[in-house]
Design a protein around this ligand. Structure first.
Ligand code: PGA
Length: 256
């Protein structure tokens, strides 16, 4: 049995009005709000954080934002700070998602600022890293993952490293229905763990959770979650419906 508790996180992306978000989370709370086998996180859009946070009260499910700005306040039209998220009782934030890297030109340096600001403000970053199809086909996967991981975690202390969650998300597997094979995923997860050992030492590296993301669904989750270094999932499409999300939580509980 792993020393790491499995974590299932739902990334709702730009989906659901506040009312729809509350309806979804109420179903998840009813099914899984009291269990303690798996850590559960939901990441609704900013506009639903407050209403979803209220619906989560009294449950074990934690709230995450999908993005954050590193500055505490100021003239950054459209942006949201760590303090604003903490005031809504968010515990986690997704940082460096490939959609933000690709569509919003986020660099490793900017992502690193977000990681550091989040940790300083007691918000746990879920740092996403992963290669594109061209990079995988060009045998660049491990190099890309190493660069993104080391740059993203630059300046993170050993003490705070256990508050970071890593999500390995091969870009070619996100929303495409193409899932990495268990061997492909485990190979990269083990490599990420070896990099964490170098950065923070064995004891810390063994505590950091590394999630897989990219077309994870109830049919492929048991095999992925059985891998030694796969500590949960960051789920997009299959988190938008309570039935599949709850099935993923059950799969993680069974794989612990
Ligand atoms: P997907 O998205 O499960 O829809 O592939 C995963 C993610 O982007 O986090």
């Amino acid at each position: 049995m792993s020393i790491r508790k499995k974590l299932i996180a739902g990334n709702w992306k730009m989906n659901k009005t506040s009312a729809d978000a509350v309806a979804l989370v109420q179903e998840i709370v009813a099914e899984a709000g009291k269990q303690n086998d798996v850590d559960i996180v939901v990441a609704p859009p900013f506009t639903s954080l407050e209403s979803v946070g209220k619906a989560l009260e009294g449950s074990v499910i934690k709230l995450s934002a999908q993005n954050v700005h590193p500055e505490p306040s100021g003239a950054y039209t459209g942006e949201i700070s760590v303090g604003m998220l903490r005031s809504l009782f968010a515990n986690y934030v997704i940082v460096g998602h490939s959609e933000r890297r690709i569509y919003f030109s986020e660099t490793d340096a900017f992502i690193n600022q977000k990681v550091l600001a989040s940790l300083k403000g007691q918000l746990k970053p879920i740092l996403c890293i992963g290669e594109t199809l061209a990079e995988r086909e060009g045998n660049q996967t491990l190099k890309v993952v190493q660069t993104q991981l080391e740059a993203g975690l630059d300046g993170v202390s050993k003490d705070l490293a256990t508050s970071v969650v890593i999500a390995y998300e091969p870009v070619w597997a996100i929303g495409t229905g193409k899932v990495a094979t268990t061997e492909q995923a485990q190979e990269v997860h083990a490599f990420i763990r070896s990099l964490l050992v170098k950065l923070f030492g064995e004891a810390v590296a063994q505590k950091v959770r590394i999630l897989y993301g990219g077309s994870m669904k109830p049919s492929n989750a048991p095999e992925l979650l059985a891998q030694k270094d796969i500590d949960g999932g960051l789920i997009g499409g299959a988190s938008l419906e309570s039935r599949s999300f709850v099935e993923l939580i059950k799969a993680a509980a069974a794989a612990k």
